[in-house]
Design a protein. Structure first.
Lengths: 169, 255
């Protein structure tokens, strides 16, 4: 519910999206594959994709395809993230996100809650596409480290920093 | 655009892929690359699932009662896709193999029952179960589970020191106990379910061990017909007659 509301900003519309998403879950539960991630993750993906598609319907956008089929095709999740969600509360998760550098947090929020591609994020924030993409990579790497996963710097970003003005740590 | 995506390019696009920040062609190319490439792609795979941390970092927003009611009505009227993977021999077993979130679904619970419980519990609290522990919210969640499961059937309230919930009976799917706030047990103890007839004779109808999750669902092995009371006791092993005082009891004559 919170994800839908964050994306579309209207409670009535958000409830419609949640309703429709759960009906999809009801209809397609047999297609859920637990080896690809938790049921919660799958449902969140359905809700988010439907909300983004609704958001896009009001704007000139690239064609993305059916939201539910994208949800079903989702590649297996790394258990680190689900374990962090199980272990930590909302406040700790939010703190980890808020502690990201502002430009990195902005980039991932534009992507996940705003449904923007990294190319669009580059345009919106006035940086190169490489920098916008680099911000997404750095943000997720830092988030993973903050939540207890391995602190592995994204490969290639050092080189990108050297080559792409505006790519930051 | 990127049918022949290189490993390096796939890694570079990993975060954008995870966050849904790729166009359809690029996203499909990354998905296809991961499905077919024999390289580890450790960084990219480590990112998969990160988007859900963003979702779960939001303050939970409770759905309205109107949404709950509307969803229950829709679900009752909406057929499910025919099952293609799991048959009755071990329903819902594969749903339990990872992460433990569905541990509360007993592997012996029939699939329709399990599905109804999943949908209803998810809709009304289980997604944020660690945050919505107030009894009123749990009760609403349980009532919704019972409502969903008992479409065309019956739900009976059960209460006791170990927890509270419902025994639900769905034609064609059998009966089940759905309970919240269940007390965890020592490793050498189990919960045993009983049906008791008018003469007071108990019949053992199943056992289960709580997983620590907020909602537990356990199958009842017998039809409720002819019984007047449902009870749960704590035992060391499955027994044919209770050895302890019930920790939950429900009257099967009251709806």
């Amino acid at each position: 519910m919170a994800v839908a509301l964050r994306v579309v900003s209207e409670r009535e519309l958000a409830e419609d999206l949640v309703h429709d998403a759960f009906v999809v879950v009801w209809q397609k539960i047999d297609r859920f594959d637990a080896t690809r991630g938790s049921l919660r993750s799958w449902i969140l993906t359905i809700v988010r994709n439907r909300a983004i598609d609704r958001l896009r319907a009001t704007k000139p956008r690239i064609e993305i395809g059916d939201a539910d089929d994208r949800s079903l095709l989702q590649t297996s999740s790394n258990p680190t993230w689900d374990e962090a969600v199980e272990r930590l509360g909302v406040l700790q998760l939010r703190t980890a996100v808020e502690r990201l550098p502002a430009e990195q947090r902005e980039a991932i929020e534009l992507a996940y809650f705003g449904g923007r591609t990294y190319r669009e994020i580059a345009t919106i924030t006035g940086v190169s596409q490489g920098t916008a993409n680099g911000r997404l990579r750095l943000a997720l790497a830092k988030l993973r480290a903050a939540l207890g996963g391995t602190d592995a710097a994204p490969n290639g970003l050092v080189a990108e920093r050297a080559n792409l003005p505006g790519t930051e740590r | 655009m990127t049918d022949d995506l290189s490993c390096e390019h796939a890694d570079e696009l990993g975060a954008a892929f995870v966050l849904g920040a790729l166009g359809a062609d690029e996203s499909r190319a990354v998905e296809d690359h991961l499905a077919t490439c024999d390289q580890a792609h450790a960084e990219l795979r480590a990112m998969l699932g990160a988007d859900h941390v963003l979702a779960m970092s939001l303050e939970p927003t409770a759905p309205s009662a109107a949404l709950r009611d509307r969803l229950m009505v829709t679900i009752a009227r909406t057929p499910q896709e025919p099952s293609t993977r799991i048959k009755a021999a071990a329903p819902a077993m594969d749903l339990q193999e990872r992460h433990g979130w569905l541990d509360w679904l007993s592997p012996r619970v029939s699939r329709p029952l399990a599905v109804a419980a999943v949908v209803a519990a998810l809709a009304f609290g289980a997604l944020n179960v660690s945050l919505q522990s107030q009894l009123a919210q749990q009760d609403r969640a349980l009532r919704a589970v019972a409502d969903a499961i008992s479409v065309g059937g019956v739900a009976f309230r059960v209460n006791g020191s170990a927890g509270r919930g419902y025994v639900v009976d769905t034609p064609g799917s059998g009966a089940a106990l759905v309970v919240a706030g269940l007390t965890n047990l020592p490793a050498d103890r189990i919960y045993e379910l009983w049906l008791i007839d008018a003469s007071g004779k108990p019949v053992a109808v199943g056992t289960f061990t709580p997983s620590g999750s907020a909602v537990a669902v356990a199958a009842v092995d017998r039809d409720l017909t002819g019984f007047v009371t449902f009870a749960v006791t704590v035992e060391r092993q499955r027994v044919s007659a209770p050895t302890s005082t019930p920790v939950m009891v429900g009257n099967l004559k009251a709806s």
